[in-house]
Design a protein. Structure first.
Length: 134
């Protein structure tokens, strides 16, 4: 497959799921071809939706979801926006009961240094000093 565009292609959740799960082989192969041969990236929102779907509809454990997403990030540079934060979130997600978005917020707080304002007690505890309390 030739690289048909110089613009960055944004990958959708169903592309990520087909690629990771392989439940529809022709779509999985097509997704792999596009990922390998185009300039593409995945917004964090898409990763969060993929995490939700992998756990809820495919019955993947939190640990397996985390490994699948981290393997996906490693496929090529800039495949996932804010890959370092997503990797951090995956590690926390696999080892905690926090939902994935809370894990992302903790990643933003700890990696970028910005506090998070929340009413969620579990997230406040995880954030520690990175909790915004005006």
């Amino acid at each position: 497959m030739a690289n048909l565009t110089k613009k960055t292609i944004y990958l959708d959740t169903n592309v990520i799921l087909r690629f990771l799960v392989g439940d529809i082989p022709e779509m999985s192969v097509r997704a792999g071809d596009v990922i390998a041969n185009t300039k593409c990236t995945t917004p964090i929102e898409v990763i969060a939706e993929a995490v939700y779907n992998l756990e809820k509809y495919y019955d993947y454990t939190r640990e397996l979801v985390s490994e699948k997403i981290k393997d996906f990030i490693r496929l090529k540079e800039d495949l996932v926006m804010e890959g370092n934060i997503v990797r951090f979130a995956c590690n926390l997600y696999a080892s905690s009961n926090l939902d994935f978005v809370d894990c992302l917020l903790d990643g933003y707080a700890k990696i970028k240094g910005n506090p998070v304002f929340t009413f969620d007690g579990g997230l406040k505890k995880q954030l520690g000093t990175k909790f915004f309390n005006d």
